[in-house]
Design a protein around this ligand. Structure first.
Ligand code: NAX
Length: 334
């Protein structure tokens, strides 16, 4: 039996966590033979609600859930953590300026980064989900200098899964037949969902997505818009943001970090851009295609970037540079 690992989920009283915690606790992410100590962090006013989540997790009677800790204290939450899934963040309230939202989140992720630095294992893997996810991840990374920056990533897997699903729906194939789509850049509406390196399994072989779809204007038009705007469409319909699909994407993301990506396949993930070959400025938390082995990601090298892609990749990089500049102003003054 492997040693128990401590998995922290922040924003644990929220709606994504409500879908996520059961999957993590029952073994969808770390395997069904991995004992888990689950730590739930939320803010003080949510402790009552969190108590209910703890009761439900206990009532699931899961064999490998060794312990559930609920807390509003960062020192308790981050102590000896193996995996930190940072879901909680400051939501945008009506009339709130983008800058103010960024400022409130810099405060949260600076504090949680410092707690990671002080209390977590140096091998801890940190996954940021709370928006603005890329810049929050960069803030946490910069605030935890003793943890390797490669241990940090942010979630763009939901966008990646949305892109796969759109192509699968268009062709009436299974999502597992669509591989190697890419989300470049920011988890925002400037993201670039790129199908130019994607393949689809049809007629017993893998062919390029463009060849399979036979509709370039869709892959360069409505497909992009649908994926970019999918979060807003879900909010409009449900009056709540994506939660079930976000939880599923978090599971996919963390499971791939833990067990690696299948041979010949890559996934999208926001990681630090240092030394990439795609002309993205260094020191941005930018979503790239990555492969993962031995719990370490590597940006896929050598993909050809045409002018259409270049323009879109630069646009989303520009937004991330602006977010970073604003965040760093607050980071130094916070
Ligand atoms: P909810 O509002 O349901 O839950 C958020 C929870 O975080 C609340 O319980 C709140 O009390 C808690 N929280 C706030 N500040 C905290 C702090 N400092 N420490 C610990 N907990 C804190 O939101 P939910 O729908 O669960 O979404 C959570 C975050 O995920 C949001 O920022 C959302 O925008 C983001 N998303 C990111 C996605 C991605 O792909 N990166 C997709 C889904 C989602 O939109």
């Amino acid at each position: 039996m492997p040693d128990t690992i401590k998995v922290l989920v922040t924003g644990a009283a929220g709606q994504i966590a409500y879908s996520l915690l059961y999957s993590v606790a029952k073994g969808d992410v770390f395997g069904t033979d991995q004992p888990i100590s689950l730590c739930l962090l939320d803010i003080a006013p949510m402790m009552g609600v969190l108590g209910g989540v703890v009761m439900e997790l206990q009532d699931c009677a899961l064999p490998h859930l060794k312990e559930v800790i609920a807390t509003d204290k960062e020192d308790v939450a981050f102590k000896d953590v193996d995996v930190a899934i940072l879901v909680g963040s400051m939501p945008r309230r009506e009339g709130m300026e983008r800058k103010d939202l960024l400022k409130a989140n810099v405060k949260i992720f600076k504090s949680q980064g410092a707690a990671l630095d002080k209390y977590a294992k140096k091998t801890a893997k940190v996954i940021v989900v709370g928006n603005p996810a890329n810049t929050n991840c960069l803030t946490a990374l910069k605030s935890a200098p003793s943890i390797p920056k490669e241990n940090f990533s942010c979630l763009t897997r939901l966008d990646h899964n949305r892109a796969i699903a759109q192509i699968a729906l268009k062709l009436n194939v299974a999502p597992s037949d669509v591989k190697n789509v890419i989300i470049w850049g920011n988890h925002s509406s400037t993201q670039y969902p790129d199908a130019s390196h994607a393949t689809v399994h049809v007629g017993g072989k893998d062919i390029s997505a463009f060849e399979a779809v036979k509709d370039d204007s869709w892959l360069k038009g409505d497909f992009l818009k649908t994926v970019q705007q999918r979060g807003a469409s879900v909010i409009q319909a449900r009056k709540l943001s994506s939660a079930m699909s976000a939880a599923k994407a978090i599971c996919d993301h963390v499971r791939d970090i833990w067990f690696g990506t299948p041979e010949g396949q890559f996934v999208s993930m926001g990681v630090i851009s240092d030394g990439n070959g795609y002309g993205v400025a260094n020191d941005l938390l930018y979503s790239f295609p990555v492969t993962i082995k031995d719990k370490t990601w590597k940006i896929v090298e050598g993909l050809k970037i045409d002018d259409f892609s270049r323009e879109k990749m630069d646009l989303t990089a520009k937004e991330l540079i602006e977010e970073k500049e604003t965040a760093f102003e607050f980071l130094s003054s916070a």
